[in-house]
Design a protein around this ligand. Structure first.
Ligand code: AP5
Length: 214
């Protein structure tokens, strides 16, 4: 079975994906991480995506859908956790077709992380990320032991460009316009599960755990 993990920016998708990966053999696919890697490595995809990602705008569907197809074809896995994809109706429809084409497992549930606006703002404003391994911290809520240094790999911990106030606003607008309608899409398919995303990250994870495949 495959799972979709979706929700507004800062809802905790990356944080929960990390916890999920400790408990399941499913493969994690985050389009945000794929774009950040491509930007870091200055690949043609990274060059194309950078201005969208830095400004907090959605990368065009054709680019994202092509990227996901490549990922699914390359990784011969059947059970996926899709994090941050799909984000538009066109992406949701493309994902269903691609899953069939590559022989991956269909989406069993679409888990929606429900988090109020004030909590999102606090999380996004304080988020810090390791440049090297991608570990996620929060300046106040879960800082690294030594400021600016990753606990896991010693890499540099920095603030993402799209966590600047203007870009946060753009991302929240893009979410409301393009991604929030997916709630209804998955409700109609009987796949929608709302998860309360407020509370400590391990508490939130305990709410997700029953839906994981071991
Ligand atoms: P992406 O990286 O997917 O960004 P996002 O959806 O905005 O999500 P975030 O990474 O900001 O938040 P998150 O929900 O993962 O929260 P996190 O766990 O980090 O995408 C980036 C960009 O790429 C997009 O803006 C777009 O340009 C492009 N893109 C990606 N996919 C695309 C697509 N499909 N189509 C088009 N464009 C696409 O947590 C946030 C903070 O809160 C952290 O500091 C964390 O420590 C803290 N925190 C998390 N959970 C808790 C908790 N329970 N308690 C306390 N603190 C917590």
């Amino acid at each position: 079975m495959s799972l979709v993990l979706f929700g507004p920016p800062g809802a905790g998708k990356g944080t929960q994906s990390d916890l999920m990966l400790g408990k399941t053999k499913m493969m994690h696919m985050s389009t945000g991480n794929l774009f950040r890697d491509a930007i870091k490595n200055k690949t043609p995809l990274g060059v194309e995506a950078q201005s969208y990602v830095d400004a907090g705008k959605l990368v065009p569907d054709s680019v994202v859908i092509g990227l996901v197809r490549e990922f699914l074809e390359k990784n011969k896995v059947v059970d996926f956790i899709f994090d941050g994809f799909p984000r538009t109706m066109a992406q949701a429809e493309a994902l269903e077709n691609q899953i069939k084409e590559v022989g991956a497992q269909p989406i069993a549930k679409a888990l929606f992380l429900e988090v109020p606006h004030n909590v999102l703002m606090e999380r996004l404003g304080g988020r810090r990320v390791c440049k090297n391994c991608g570990a996620v911290y929060h300046a106040k809520l879960s800082p690294p032991k030594k400021e600016g240094v990753c606990d896991k790999c010693g890499g540099e911990v920095y603030q993402r460009k799209d966590d600047a106030p203007d870009a946060i606003e753009t991302r929240l607008e893009a979410y409301e316009k393009s991604t929030a309608p997916l709630k209804e899409y998955y409700q109609k398919k009987g796949l929608f599960i709302s998860i309360d995303g407020v509370g400590g990250s391990t508490d939130v994870f305990e709410r997700i755990r029953p839906f994981l495949k071991n």
